[in-house]
Design a protein. Structure first.
Lengths: 187, 591
């Protein structure tokens, strides 16, 4: 026994053969030791979450591009629709309709005759239809938006959009307009 | 094994390191917040928010059936940045990117837009350092798409709202037109409060180099589109009336013509035609005097179509019956200043006419003689109650301007001649709209319904504003109005124009009118000829007034008769007016 203060162990002479000593862990210590499986699961989970986040943002960005594309398409389609609606309004004007009607050979109607459905009485003085709606001098009320001829020729119209005639229709005329193009009363 | 001292030292070192980092931050903070504050604020100014005004769409004008008379459309301005223009340009041709000279590229643009290449080059070369120049303004979508497909790097575009009138000159007088900044005429101007859109406010942030920061757009207020103004007219009938006026007007050499069709029961104007009428798409289509609506704002001396006022008033007061007998001389001077006299349209001796006969033959003298039973105050009150001398309920643009709504002289200011002549429509002025209102009142059993041209404003959210609730006002008794109509039937059935204005199966009540036109204080050879009436006379549904101003040939109401008949027939067809069921009463014209 020596009275010397405790000194750091010095390497060197060995008094006895070195025995590899380990602290024997208690059960509590053994339980407290971190496990491998939960660690892997946790890290894997974090990785999976990060991956999911990445994928989600990729999909979102892709969606955002698609939305921008579709919005651009919608805007351009809306513009087209407006332009076509504008054309339609001009073609629906009374000037165009009367011009096309007269081109088809339509004439002004006569006096209207009324049939009273409850009594079966007919009132009114029928006069034969005849005469052009615009008169000999033609349409006087101009429309500067109707430039050029906007007359629709029914023969060429059926040639480009052929419709198979289903009814008995006209009696062997050269090129009868198919039923449904021009209303004709049934006989 | 670590000693306490070593642990303590490590701790000290860590704390020192942390303090050093904190100190660095503090220094940087002080530097930014205090030392360089000014400089940084100035730099941040360049990142300030830029306010943007967004515009809504101007409302459209439609007729009673929804036919669009005025519409807002998009047009495109093609602009360029001259600073980016080089001697050669890349364009897309036939799907390929080719390099051409800029002159050639500009020529292609000119060809597609129908402009001159020289003008476009001038725009580009005017200020080579400018960032902005207009190449072509207001092209339609097809043209714009063609130019855009060229894919030229220094060409940009701007959207410009524009106005289009698909029906052309139909109702051009009523619809009006726009100028460059504001509406100038008609419904476009009068109802701008409904039609105009409310602009919205947005803001975005912009970097120092002028690039808009994405995602920084904040919409503070959405723009509100304008409301749709619904007119009560039927555009097909309006076209027909305009066409009839134009054909007959040119035939008789008239300066102008008006035709009004009013629904008797409600006072709705179903046609208000003016000839000549402007095509709002082409402001040069007519002269400046014809660009408005004469039917509402140009009063004239109506002549004999004003006579029914006298007869209705006399019947209302119980002073006459249709069979009241009178001996009518060929010349009238009573109560007139010396040298003045009143004659009839044809010279005659003393004739024994009933009141109906006086109206049928349109005798000025007979009308004056019968009207002498009314006091001047009574005459004035009846004219005012019938709506003369004041703007109609339509309040069309310009109606309320003094002088535009006709003149009825009050008892204090009237002279002895006008006191009598006003009973046959001279010495009093009225517009076509006021005349139509008179016949509407007579057809409606003496109840005047305020004239309406606008049925209301329909806003984008579906609400309606400015919907008129017409309140009828009794002017004369039902007996007086109905009897006046019956007396007027004789004009259509027995008058000189009966072959022109009668329609088989329908009882028609009409009155002819040939008003003399005063020029430089004297009545000259010019006439304003009219025909007014209601159909069917047994239960009137529509009042029609046709007027031609200053015809060269045929200076009588025979000029207006065929137009009156044509419009009446078209009204019958359009609105399915049923034929009359009872025969007209037999009112004697002479005794």
């Amino acid at each position: 026994m020596s009275a010397l203060p405790l000194a750091s162990p010095r390497p060197g002479r060995r008094s006895a053969p070195e025995r590899h000593l380990e602290v024997a862990p208690t059960r509590a210590q053994r339980r407290a030791r971190p496990r491998l499986l939960p660690a892997i699961v946790t890290m894997g989970g974090i990785g999976a979450i990060l991956l999911a986040q990445l994928l989600l943002s990729i999909v979102l960005a892709d969606g955002a591009y698609r939305i921008a594309d579709l919005q651009r398409d919608q805007r351009s389609l809306q513009r087209e629709e407006q332009a076509l609606a504008e054309q339609l309004e001009v073609l629906s004007s009374t000037q165009n309709l009367t011009a096309n009607a007269e081109h088809l050979g339509m004439i002004a109607s006569g006096n209207p005759v009324f049939l009273d459905l409850s009594t079966g009485a007919v009132s009114g003085n029928p006069t034969p239809a005849g005469g052009s709606l615009t008169g000999a001098t033609g349409n006087q009320i101009g429309n500067s938006l109707l430039s050029g001829s906007t007359l629709v020729d029914p023969v060429t119209a059926t040639a480009t959009n052929p419709v198979t005639p289903t009814g008995t229709g006209a009696s062997g005329a050269t090129t009868p307009p198919p039923p449904g193009m021009i209303p004709s009363p049934t006989r | 094994m670590t000693t306490t001292r070593q642990t303590a030292r490590r701790l000290q070192l860590t704390v020192l390191a942390v303090l050093a980092v904190v100190g660095l931050f503090v220094v940087k903070l002080v530097d930014l917040q205090v030392v360089r504050a000014e400089e940084l604020t100035v730099a941040a100014e360049s990142r300030r928010t830029i306010p943007v005004t967004t515009h809504g769409i101007r409302g459209s004008i439609v007729d009673a059936n929804g036919v669009v008379l005025a519409d807002s459309v998009e047009r495109y301005d093609i602009t360029a940045a001259p600073v980016n223009v080089k001697p050669t340009t890349f364009i897309t041709q036939d799907g390929e990117r080719v390099e051409v000279s800029t002159v050639e590229a500009v020529a292609k643009i000119a060809e597609l837009t129908g402009t001159s290449s020289a003008d476009l080059m001038a725009e580009l070369t005017a200020d080579p350092s400018s960032q902005f120049a207009y190449l072509v303004k207001a092209v339609d979508l097809a043209t714009f798409q063609a130019v855009w497909d060229l894919d030229i790097a220094w060409v940009y575009s701007d959207m410009r709202p524009s106005r289009v009138y698909p029906s052309g000159a139909i109702a051009g007088n009523l619809v009006g037109f726009l100028g460059t900044d504001e509406p100038l005429a008609g419904t476009e101007r009068r109802w701008d409060e409904c039609l105009a859109s409310t602009p919205g406010q947005s803001s975005y942030e912009r970097g120092a180099d002028g690039v808009r920061l994405p995602g920084s757009l904040v919409v503070e207020q959405e723009p509100v589109d304008g409301a749709t103004v619904h007119l009560t007219i039927d555009s097909d009938l309006q076209w027909f009336a305009q066409q009839a006026l134009a054909t007959r007007g040119t035939e008789v050499g008239a300066d102008w013509g008006t035709a009004m069709v009013v629904r008797v029961a409600t006072g709705e104007i179903v046609a208000a035609a003016d000839w000549p009428s402007i095509d709002p798409n082409d402001l040069n289509s007519v002269g400046p005097n014809d660009a408005g609506a004469r039917s509402f704002v140009a009063p004239f001396e109506p002549g004999s179509i004003m006579k029914p006022v006298a007869f209705a008033a006399l019947l209302d007061q119980g002073l006459i019956t249709p069979n009241t007998q009178l001996v009518v001389p060929g010349n009238y001077t009573e109560g007139l200043p010396p040298g003045e006299n009143i004659t009839d349209v044809f010279s005659h001796g003393d004739l024994r006419w009933t009141a109906t006969g006086i109206l049928m033959n349109s005798s000025n003298i007979g009308t004056v003689m019968l009207s002498n039973q009314l006091t001047e105050k009574q005459k004035y009150e009846y004219f005012m109650k019938f709506g003369f001398g004041q703007p109609t309920a339509v309040d069309f643009l310009g109606e309320s301007v003094p002088g535009n709504h006709g003149r009825v002289f009050s008892p204090e200011e009237i002279d002895s001649v006008s006191e009598k002549t006003q009973m046959f429509g001279q010495g009093i002025t009225a517009t076509s709209a006021q005349m139509a209102s008179l016949y509407q009142t007579l057809g409606n059993g003496g109840v005047r319904m305020p004239l309406t041209l606008v049925a209301g404003c329909e806003w984008p959210d579906g609400t309606w504003t400015n919907v008129p609730v017409p309140q009828g006002e009794r002017v004369v008794s039902e007996y007086a109005a109905d009897t006046t109509i019956q007396m007027m039937e004789t004009v259509a059935s027995q008058g000189g124009l009966r072959s022109v204005i009668s329609i088989p199966g329908y009882r028609v009540a009409a009155k002819t009118g040939t008003g003399e036109v005063a020029e430089n204080g004297r009545y000259g050879a010019e006439r304003i000829v009219s025909l007014a009436g209601v159909v069917p006379a047994d239960d009137p549904e529509y009042a029609i007034v046709v007027t031609f101003g200053k015809p060269d040939i045929m200076k009588s109401s025979a000029a207006a008769a065929p137009t009156f008949n044509a419009i009446m027939e078209q009204v019958i067809k359009t609105f399915r007016v049923q034929p009359s069921t009872e025969a007209a009463p037999n009112l004697p014209l002479t005794w």
